[in-house]
Design a protein around this ligand. Structure first.
Ligand code: SAH
Ligand code: SF4
Ligand code: F3S
Length: 466
């Protein structure tokens, strides 16, 4: 069944019309735009489109928030801390409006897709001109036009299943690394997670749109491409033609050019044998896999609505290890989910020791209003969550360090990111498994692949020489 996935040509034409009007209105005024991004790579990717659209409207993108004529705050709602940060950032732009009442302020991303947050922005942040959901980004010309012509404040929420807008302009952060969204939204409703409520149901881009975008990126010199989706393993489910993530990987593997492809993120319940094999379809598919575990206890996984147990999870891990020598494995863990006992937590530690991940992203459970876990009994006190968090990191840091030290003496291919932030002589680069490698160089290799011999290692980075 092919669902009606796309924003109509009429709507895109209407936005293009409004875009011309904005260009007309701000011509010769030298106006600037500032976009600030919180949250995950999905938001980073959206912000690159937002900057692209703003530039097409005639704004120059600035890094200076104090002088910007338009400010867009792209928010995250995954944990309480992310929302607090977003609100405090939005709060500080009140002064921009006091200084210059013509400043336009927009808020988007995941946070305002929750009704209570939308109301809060409406009633307590009067200087915010417009608010829109992640599925309404293509309407930015309309929001800006409305604000410039002093229309009423706009609060635009997405439908349950927002449509995909293809062909929006983009300004990418990096010339050699790129995010390519292959699907949007999530259908999984893990009981702790806000994402399905704020990003709507799953919808996939067409394979030809994705492949063409990747071809153009590779032709322009891009060396590292991350295919993005909340669960890339369910890519294509609603498309006609039987497309899936493995098909996509095989197609990408057959493209000309030297580049790496990464996936972000895979849900274990849909990680098929076909996918495990497709990772070996070509040199350019990076030999690494991020497979979020969340918990090592079957009882907790069930309460999380994850639809796999440890036996199934470990069978995927073992297949990955058997099929792809030296594969780099990473995961996400939540500690302190409601009802998590010491015993449940020990089971998580056991899996971490068994798998020996290269790195683990650990999160303290943060109750999200509107999700089932928010209402669950036996919420875990903060001090216990923190103690578990620290214990887990201690165990994992040992493992990460040992795995990094095992690389000493080896020569690895890296993609050079650029000069290190704190030292001009040192360059930072990444292996195909996303491990950080620092090295000294007289020549600037930014954006190039080079070979580095590893001479030293610690928990979070490798060091070496060309
Ligand atoms: N779609 C991705 C996850 C996106 S959110 C996936 O399923 O892998 C990234 C990570 O944030 C999740 O894997 C989870 O570990 C964590 N997370 C999500 N909701 C959370 C919450 N309420 N509290 C703490 N961590 C959470
Ligand atoms: Fe959230 Fe689960 Fe969807 Fe990931 S798969 S975005 S954790 S609901
Ligand atoms: Fe945050 Fe939304 Fe990503 S809630 S983690 S920005 S999908």
């Amino acid at each position: 069944m092919m669902l009606d996935n796309f924003v109509s040509a009429e709507e895109l034409a209407r936005q293009a019309g409004l875009s011309s009007k904005v260009c007309e209105l701000i011509r010769n005024k030298n106006l600037t735009a500032f976009v600030i991004t919180l949250g995950c790579q999905q938001n980073e990717a959206d912000s690159e489109r937002i900057r692209g659209v703003l530039r097409s409207l005639g704004y120059t993108i600035t890094q200076d928030e104090t002088i910007a004529d338009i400010i867009i705050v792209n928010t995250c709602a995954i944990r309480e801390h992310a929302e607090k940060r977003a609100l405090s950032i939005i709060g500080r732009y009140k002064h921009n409006k006091t200084r210059n009442p013509d400043t336009i302020i927009g808020v988007c991303g995941c946070m305002p897709a929750q009704e209570h947050r939308l109301n809060q922005l409406k009633h307590s942040y009067h200087y915010v001109d417009f608010v829109f959901g992640t599925g309404s980004l293509h309407r930015l010309p309309e929001f800006v036009y409305n604000a410039l012509t002093k229309g009423k404040r706009m609060f635009v929420m997405d439908e349950e299943r927002p449509k995909i807008a293809e062909g929006l302009p983009v300004i990418r952060e990096s010339a050699h690394k790129a995010w390519v969204s292959i699907m949007y939204g999530c259908n999984n409703f893990c009981t702790y997670c806000i994402v399905p409520y704020v990003r709507g149901r799953e919808r996939s881009r067409l394979p030809e749109d994705i492949i063409n975008e990747i071809k153009a990126l590779v032709d322009s010199g891009c060396k590292d491409i991350t295919l993005l989706g909340q669960n890339v393993n369910s890519y294509g489910k609603e498309l006609e033609g039987g497309y899936n993530i493995s098909y996509l990987l095989r197609e990408i593997a057959s493209l000309e050019g030297e580049f790496w492809v990464h996936l972000m993120t895979s849900h274990p319940k849909d990680a098929s044998d076909e996918l495990v094999h497709a990772l070996g379809a070509g040199e350019n598919i990076a030999n690494c896999f991020h497979l979020p575990l969340q918990s090592g206890s079957d009882a907790i996984l069930k309460k999380m609505n994850r639809h796999y147990d440890i036996e199934r999870y470990m069978s995927i891990i073992n297949k990955l290890k058997q099929t792809h020598k030296d594969i780099v494995l990473t995961t996400d863990i939540i500690v302190g989910f409601p009802g998590e006992t010491d015993d449940d937590f020990e089971k998580t530690l056991d899996i971490i020791k068994q798998v020996e991940y290269d790195s683990v992203y650990t999160f303290l459970f943060s109750p999200r209003r509107g999700t089932p876990a928010y209402e669950m009994e036996n919420q875990i006190p903060e001090h216990i969550k923190k103690a578990r968090f620290e214990r887990l990191n201690e165990v994992q840091n040992e493992i990460s360090r040992a795995k990094n030290e095992a690389m000493i003496g080896k020569t690895v291919k890296v993609l050079v990111d650029g000069k290190s932030k704190n030292n001009d002589q040192i360059y930072t680069s990444r292996t195909e498994g996303n491990k950080i490698v620092h090295f000294e160089a007289d020549e600037d290799y930014t954006g190039k692949f080079i070979n580095i011999k590893i001479t030293r290692a610690d928990t979070f980075a490798l060091y070496g020489e060309i």
